[in-house]
Write a protein that binds this ligand. Sequence first.
Ligand code: ZN
Length: 261
Amino acid sequence: MAEQNLIKVKGIVTRSVQYKENDKIITVLTAELGRISVYCHGAKSNKSKFLTPTRLFCFSEFVLTRKKDFYYIKEADYIEAFFNIVNSMDKLFLGQYFLEIINEISVEGERHDSLLRLTLNSLYALSNDMAHFDVIKSAYELRVCVEMGLSPYLLGCRECGVADEENVYFDVLNGNIVCKSCLLKEENSLEERQTGMYLPATKSVIAAMQYVENTKLERLFSFQLTEEALKLFTNITEKYLLNQVGKSFVTLDLYKEQIKS
Ligand SMILES: [Zn+2]
């Protein structure tokens, strides 16, 4: 008998939930189909060949069938597993935060080629300690916003256009920058002007943001900031992303608790 239509995709497991005694329902971010849910019969069992490729953080190749709104697993092989992430709590929470973001912003039925590549590159960097955690986290947050079509406007002050001010403010609500003198004027005439939520930034922070917006994914984490500037940078990217998504993330809170201790 002819096999039902088989669908072959590669994707990263972004959520894995036990169902009944031995089954799992996983969420997978794929390039071709966007975010999909896959029913994995028996995958919870230690003897199952699906046990590893359906684990959280696994980038696997899947052969699936589709019935109504659900995909069913037929075959699966893992390609890359980012196992190092689970070796430390701070990496684990940060990696889970990345996956939570994906589950929030990705869509079924839409192509997500660059979002998938961004996530794989970032998890790889995290897994292999390729940059400071704050660099990976911030670059990921900001680049996710770019992927959502929400690139901030950073070429100059939104009011006067001046581009080389040393100290500026990033407006989290509107995704643009304002120089100090324009912001002061603004406070005097709030009624006529855009109200916003302003975070301090410097020239080097804005330059790093422009770099992250525009650079090739392979070079995403290759920028340098002083410790002070990195603090401003991470403050901006996190608040900007959370504001655009319109929610907070439990794993982000866990990550912050973890790095404090
Ligand atoms: Zn200005």
